[in-house]
Design a protein around this ligand. Sequence first.
Ligand code: FAD
Length: 399
Amino acid sequence: MTTEATFDVVIVGGGPAGSTAADDLARRGYSVLLLDRRGRIKPCGGAIPPRAIQDFAIPDHLLVARIRSARMVAPSHAKVDIPIEGGFVGMVDREIFDEWLRKRAEESGAKREDAVFEHLDRDPDGVCVVHYLRLDGEGKSHPESVRTRAVIGADGARSKVAKQAVPGAEDARYVFAYHEILSAPGRENGEYDASRCDVVYRGEFSPDFYSWVFPHGDTVSVGSGSADRGFSLRQAVTGLRQVSGLEKAKRLRSEGAPIPLKPLRRWDNGRDLVLAGDAAGVVAPASGEGIYYAMHGGRLAADAVDLFLRSGDCKALATARKRFMRVHGKVFWILGVMQWFWYRSDKRRERFVSICRDKDVQQLTFDAYMNKELVRARPAAHVRIFFKDLAHLAGLLRP
Ligand SMILES: Cc1cc2nc3c(=O)[nH]c(=O)nc-3n(C[C@H](O)[C@H](O)[C@H](O)COP(=O)(O)OP(=O)(O)OC[C@H]3O[C@@H](n4cnc5c(N)ncnc54)[C@H](O)[C@@H]3O)c2cc1C
């Protein structure tokens, strides 16, 4: 094993967070090594908002479907259809999307390695050393190590980098999500509509989160999430397929993965390392949306590392979390309260879906999702929603 090269930055994980950070830093002229373990497609519904497409210059050809409406389904089967006015939600296929992001980083100058990160270490002069197994074309692994001035840990939920370097990372909590990728039926086949996402709130399919049917062009993702380890997500998805008219659709893949529930309190080691994306615990509560937040987190981690490398001040690393929470902290907090309050029982889920009939609620939800902003220009709507929410809560308290 040799420790020869010294990089400005080593990035562990080439998902949306790591690839975005690698691209941003390589474009600024830093020497970047991007380590990613090949071979596994990230289990994911693949829904991205217009803000992600715009901020991260995602080309049209990566969008396998454009979603024009969302259907909220209550435990009683009551349905609320919400049109997505003046826009669409893009659907990406993670196998193609992630590889495209890694290639973009490479074209910008990052060096890519098919590799499995092993551990961090320090040379006698204090410089960080990253140890990994490089995978060659024949599947053989070779131990390697590199010296680096900074590290970005973007290796996803249950991050090995976070556990080794950032205090508190081992306490992270997760929802587990499982989905099946099916061959899509015809464009409109009974309940199924290839331009509509269904979000299903039924305790039978998820006791504490939600379930979904997300069209992806030729395929469709049908899945569910729960933090309850005793709950059978496979059975839930079988049931969901039945009620969605997809029981006969051909199953192409089935897979699951944890979704972090809360941003970690600390994302950096106070010395030369910062986390981004799922590794930092960054997924929106209630919705489980993580791709946009991973990319934004990757961008802020790149900015923080840039500042650190230019100034030598380790405190610069903490700016990634500070800036992220300043922009998204309030929305995460509101979504966290929503999940805690509304996803508790079928009675509450029923009311939650009925609230979604309200045009003000629909408008604000979509503004927040599509543009990642709470719209200040609509104070009257905020006040109306506040009072309507109170009325709903009061309704819950009645015997
Ligand atoms: C079933 C499911 C459905 C979801 N649906 C949606 C959705 O519709 N929309 C949405 O926005 N979000 C969704 N999410 C969340 C979203 O997938 C994640 O938040 C997002 O992928 C996080 O990106 P990331 O780059 O931080 O991590 P990841 O995408 O997990 O990428 C981490 C990368 O690190 C690599 N890696 C890990 N360990 C090592 C190692 N030791 N050495 C080298 N490389 C390593 C992995 O191979 C991977 O490429 C869903 C999640 C799940 C589980």
